[in-house]
Design a binder for this molecule. Sequence first.
Ligand code: GTP
Length: 750
Amino acid sequence: MKKMAMLNVNSWEEHDLSGQNLKSLPRDLLTYVKSLDLQRNKLKRVIGISRFTHLTELNLSRNKIMEFSQEMQYLQRLEILYMNQNNIRSIPEGIFPHFTVLKFVKLSSNRLVKLPPDINQCTSITYLDLSRNCLQNIQPLIGLTKLKELLVEKNHLTELPPQLFQSSNCELTVCKATGNPLRCPPEEVCSGGVTDIQSYFHQMEKNPNTRSAWTVKTMFLGSSMAGKSTLCRSLREGKPVVVAVKDRTEGIEISQMYTEEVRFLFWDFAGQEEYYLTHHVFITPRALVILATDLASYSIVDPQSFNDQLWFWINNIQLRVPDSVVLLVGTHCDQCRDQEEVMEKKKDIEEKVKTMLENRRMVLKQQKKNLEENTDPSLFTDQVDELDCLLEYNLKVLDLVTLDCTKTEDIAKLKCHILMCIQSESMLLCSESILPKSYEEVEQAIHKLVALEQIPQHGIVLLDELSDLILNHVSLSRESLHSILRFLLRYLHRIGVIIWYEDINVLSDRVFIQPSFLISMFKSIVRHDLVQQLEEVSRDLLMQEGALVKQKFIWVDDLRCRGTLHNAAMRILVRRELEKLVEDDDDDDDDLIREVVGTKKEEGIILTLLQYFEVCLPTLVGSPLNPQAAEFIPGVKQWESARVAKRDPDGACLFPMYLKDDLIVSNKWGENKQDDLSVHVYILPEIPHGFFHRLIVKTCSLYATHWVGKEQSLFCCGNKLALVRQRTTDGDPFIEIRCRRPEKDEGKNL
Ligand SMILES: Nc1nc2c(ncn2[C@@H]2O[C@H](COP(=O)(O)OP(=O)(O)OP(=O)(O)O)[C@@H](O)[C@H]2O)c(=O)[nH]1
């Protein structure tokens, strides 16, 4: 009776029995309802479900169901079925053909290993979510001709069936298949969506290929001076390469290494924090991460040593690219006392890493439990789902390899070890891919163009020009090339061979054939010693920009104290770097400089990219905060995000990462006052390092920007001041927002 009383007004049509800890279907339910919501219960079976023959919608998600009951076949009016987040291992034959009007099926996060062969007789399905299962093939789906959305992410698929994508009888508009060890088509093709997959299969039909290529993106991460560049360069050369201290990495360096079977794309990341904060621009999933640590400076007794050299990096890899494999490499063994010390440190690191990973799982499980035990868990289903996803990721951290980078045999040993890791199937690091011959031909042509120096040294080419150049080196017709070029470039961008920002309007007609060039430009701005670089700007360079020495002092001061870099200063720094890289002095180069550096009237490529990736946001030069600004008056002017805000090429940009202290913010705000309004926003479950900076970049308006501090920011919000801080209690990160009415005119002075 109690339950009946809880049913809502539509109880003739619907039963809402979600989240009631049910272990079996209640017997007293009316059976002619159309909708039954049983999500978030503890059902292991659904005995008795066949009585509900009028059901059009059934929600059994987030239970503990282990089998897809035969009884389900009697629900022949079913249109919508949720059975996600259960433990279903298989679906018997003879059920799906009975569902003649079923359109929407969600079976994600189960343990399905295969699909019933007759699932394709349920031809009414338009939406099918099978992600996060253990499927090895989806062949049985061939024949679902009305399918519009297919989600098969995070399974064990190595191939997709071409028949599913044949354009003559295919209504698919969405297909998500990332997180599978796909080789045909490769994952980087799939992430382009249905049209990319269709083009791939079309080409495979015309120009089949059986040769598979392995490409492995290898990222070198770790603290500054750990030996990343040494490892990267030595592996490439096959012998020890000494990296001078002054020659340390700034930003990222990209290179390639070919072995017999595998092409390695090496991405060597600089260790300092300023660079780390831009890593999201370049770090991509499914990579082999080589995490270098200097064993000589590592201390077993000082916990900070583990925190800085390993915890920080592993934690961040976990948050950004959890499906990577991390290989720990301990360098500087020759500078340790003896082999015993090396082994002690190796053991200590491996144990601490293991404990760290276990602890993380424990904390996540506890957080999940806390949410589920909350009085109203329905409020937290999204967070629980998120926690489930995080729990599912098991960052694979391999045992530590110790070496002395100055020894040839140690370098050779590491190379063998890496090859072995990659080929070991259990690691799912498979980047083996099969490409149509036409794709291969075009890729080879691009490499040839570079080798023959038919592409300018900087590698920036217009799409149309590139197409013309490629035509000289391939047997394809112009039309054929045209039909595949965009798909292939997208693929090459994803595997890291070229850079093509097709989503950035002003850059979509340009391809960066030499990513390292672009990165050199990028690091003329993103670098740990930017203040010093700016101080060293010569009078000549200032004159080229029409600036005075006096202005340079203002720029340096603004950068140091406010994290604000004037666009004119940025232009000088980028131009200086560019002139170092471009040798000849001709008209083309002038155009290039204009394009890359920009002018007072037009933004250059580098500024566009820095803003696009939210490394910085536009700000006004020297303008005070203005609480009367239209943005602060409700309904007058819409708040624009930094990404779309009007940008003045002659203005300035705020780089929150360059603010070293929060003194200004703390002084201005003073003590918290009793009548401050305080809101805590918990960001469950984890915040990656640098998140706060980017949050500020995303949300701050032009009027707030001068007052952003490292871990806190102060800005004007209507006629109030707001202080935003990143905090942590008991390991739970949260953002605290405090509001206060300013003293008379305080807002203006800000
Ligand atoms: N003796 C010895 N020196 C090493 C070893 N590995 C690296 N070095 C030296 O340590 C210094 C730092 O190495 P790098 O490879 O530049 O370090 P990094 O991690 O790339 O540093 P950043 O560019 O600052 O991020 C260089 O002078 C190397 O020659 C090693 O195993 N033994």
